[in-house]
Design a protein around this ligand. Structure first.
Ligand code: NAI
Length: 392
C-alpha cells in the first residue's frame, strides 16, 4: 500500500516553465507534484505571454514577484534568493526543452522535463554530462509508467511467466487529428511545425510513450535494427508525419512493431502493448490501465486487476497502490507516483545518498535519451526509402 507518511525534511522548492493557463499538460504536473506534499510551487515562467503568466500565477496562489516574464529571468532571480527554487519542470513546446533544461542544469537545478527531451542524441548526451557533473537529477515525464500494472508486467516477464519473449506489438494510434484541426488549435499547430516540434510529429509526441512502456517492462531488450515508414495524410503536415509504422528486431531474437497515428479515425487513444512469450502473453491498454490481460496458452484468459493480493509484492505494483482494489485509479495517480520518485531521488541526491538515487526507479535521463535515439533512427530509416537501418 502507498505510504503517505513518507515526507522530506522540507518539501522541494519547485518552479515551472510553461504549463500555463489552458495548456494541455500543465495541470497534471501541478496535480502530481503537489499531491503528496513533496514539492511546493514557489515560482513560474508559465507562459509565452508575460501578462498571462502573472495573471495565471497569482490566481494559483503564487507571489506576483515570482511569476516571471521569461525563464531566463526566473533562473537569474531565483538564484539570488536564499529560498530560491531547487527543481524546475519544463512543460513548453518541444523546441525549448533543450535550451531550458541546459540553462537550468547549469544553474544547479534539478530538471523534470517533458518528452521528447530534446531534438538530437547529441543534445541529450550534453544534458546527461552536465547533470552528472553537477550531481543533478533529470526526470522525464513518461506519465503512463507510474501505472502499477506496467510494473506487474515487468515483474512477470522478469520471472519468466511468459517464457522467452518473441513478439512485442505496440500502438499509440488516436484519431483526434484526422482532419486539419490545427488551423484553429495553437496547441496542435506547433506539433506539426518542424521548428517547434522537432524532426517528427507522432513518433516523438506519442510513439516514444509506447516504446518506453516496452523499455520499462523489458529493460534488457535492445533494438538492433529498425525500419520506419511514415506518412502525412494531412498533406500540409509534411514533412512531419501523422501516421507511422515501425518494425524492429531486438537483441534476443524477438521482433516488434509499433503503429503510431493521429489519424486513426474513431479511436480515442489506442495505446496498447502486447508482449508475446513462448508460454503466455500479456496485454495492457491505457484506456483500462488498472487491468492486465494474461493469456497462458491452452488456458482461459485471465484479467489481472490492480490492488489484488495475487500481484507481485516487491515493487511498484504494490507500493504505489493508493486506494485498494475495486476503486479506479488513473492518470493522476500514475503521474503522482512518478513525481514521488523524482522527489525521493532529488532529495537523496541533495543529501549525497547515492544508494537511494541508484535504487529509485523513475523515468530518467536514459529514458529521455533513448526516446530521442528512437526518433533519430526512425527518421533515418523513413527518409531513406524506409530502409532497414542498424540502430545507432
Ligand atoms: P500547449 O501548447 O498546450 O501549452 C504550452 C504552454 O507552454 C503554454 O502555456 C505556453 O504559453 C507555454 N510556453 C510556450 N513557450 C514558452 C516559453 N518560451 N516560455 C514559457 N512558457 C512557454 O502544449 P502542451 O500540449 O501542454 O505540451 C507541452 C509539452 O508537454 C510538449 O513538449 C508535449 O510534447 C508535452 N506533453 C506531454 C504529455 C505527456 O503525457 N507526458 C502529454 C501532452 C503534452
Amino acid at each position: 500500500m502507498f505510504n503517505e507518511e513518507l515526507r522530506l525534511e522540507k518539501p522541494l522548492r519547485w518552479g515551472m516553465i510553461g504549463g500555463g493557463r489552458g495548456s494541455q499538460i500543465g495541470y497534471i504536473h501541478r496535480s502530481a507534484a503537489l499531491r503528496d506534499g513533496l514539492f511546493t510551487l514557489v515560482a513560474g515562467a508559465f507562459d509565452i505571454d508575460p501578462e498571462r503568466c502573472e495573471d495565471f500565477g497569482t490566481h494559483i496562489g503564487l507571489d506576483k514577484a515570482r511569476c516571471y516574464p521569461d525563464y531566463k529571468m526566473m533562473l537569474e532571480e531565483e538564484a539570488k534568493r536564499h529560498d530560491g527554487i531547487q527543481v524546475v519542470s519544463i512543460a513548453t513546446p518541444n523546441k525549448f526543452h533543450y535550451e531550458m533544461a541546459k540553462a537550468a542544469l547549469e544553474a544547479g537545478l534539478h530538471v523534470i522535463c517533458e518528452k521528447p527531451l530534446c531534438f538530437t542524441v547529441a543534445e541529450a548526451e550534453t544534458l546527461k554530462t552536465i547533470a552528472e557533473k553537477n550531481k543533478l537529477i533529470i526526470g522525464v515525464t513518461y506519465g503512463y509508467t507510474g501505472y502499477q500494472m506496467i510494473h506487474q508486467a515487468r515483474k512477470m516477464i522478469e520471472n519468466g511467466d511468459l517464457g522467452d519473449i518473441r513478439i512485442i506489438n505496440m500502438s499509440f494510434a488516436h484519431g483526434w487529428h484526422s482532419e486539419e484541426v490545427e488551423k484553429n488549435d495553437p496547441g496542435l499547430k506547433w506539433r506539426v511545425t518542424p521548428e517547434q516540434s522537432g524532426p517528427t510529429y507522432v513518433l516523438g509526441d506519442i510513439g516514444t510513450h509506447a516504446l518506453y512502456l516496452a523499455e520499462v517492462m523489458m529493460p534488457e531488450l535492445k533494438i538492433e535494427q529498425l525500419m520506419c515508414s511514415r506518412q502525412s495524410f494531412i498533406a500540409s503536415r509534411a514533412p512531419l508525419e501523422d501516421n507511422a509504422v515501425v518494425l524492429m528486431n531486438f537483441n534476443n531474437g524477438a521482433v516488434g512493431n509499433l503503429w503510431v497515428s493521429a489519424v486513426n479515425a474513431g479511436a480515442i487513444h489506442e495505446q496498447r502493448i502486447r508482449v508475446v512469450g513462448s508460454k503466455a502473453s500479456i496485454e495492457w491498454w491505457d484506456e483500462h490501465p488498472n487491468q492486465l490481460v494474461y493469456e497462458v496458452q491452452g488456458k482461459p484468459k485471465q484479467l489481472l486487476d490492480r490492488g489484488h493480493g495475487y500481484l507481485y509484492h516487491d515493487d511498484m505494483a504494490v507500493t504505489c497502490d493508493r486506494i485498494g482494489c475495486g476503486h479506479a485509479e488513473g492518470l493522476f495517480e500514475s503521474w503522482a507516483n512518478l513525481y514521488q520518485r523524482y522527489a525521493i531521488a532529488i532529495d537523496a541526491m541533495i543529501g549525497g545518498d547515492k544508494e537511494t538515487v541508484e535504487n529509485t526507479w523513475f523515468p530518467d535521463i536514459h529514458a529521455g535519451l533513448e526516446g530521442v535515439r528512437f526518433i533519430e533512427n526512425c527518421v533515418r530509416s523513413a527518409d531513406n526509402g524506409s530502409a532497414w537501418v542498424d540502430y545507432k
